[in-house]
Design a protein. Structure first.
Length: 101
């Protein structure tokens, strides 16, 4: 799982390639809370992208509501979305997890 900025994700993918590993054959990759396009990485990476448009709309609406009412508007949870780019696979039975890459 990648929870990092794009340059770090690119460096991690380079290390994976240097070790001769394949995605998703040897390991799966998922970009969590990605602020970048996982499809533009050297290995297209499935992601749970940040919904910037929805986040901004909700923030503005909550701010205006708070200004109008003088009260804190509370918390709004936004549903996640998943973008499948083929970088995830089921682990084979009996698969070992390496300590480090």
């Amino acid at each position: 799982m990648l929870h990092c900025n794009e340059p770090v994700a690119e460096a991690a993918i380079e290390r994976i390639a240097e070790r001769g590993l394949s995605v998703p054959g040897d390991l799966s990759l998922l970009a969590a809370c990605a602020s970048y396009d996982g499809g533009a990485l050297p290995i297209p990476t499935s992601s749970l992208p940040l919904p910037f448009d929805a986040m901004c709309r909700a923030a503005v609406a909550r701010t205006l509501q708070q200004i109008d009412s003088g009260r804190t508007a509370g918390v709004e949870l936004l549903p996640p979305s998943y973008v499948d780019r083929g970088s995830l696979a089921l682990a084979p039975s009996g698969a070992r997890v390496p300590a480090t890459l």
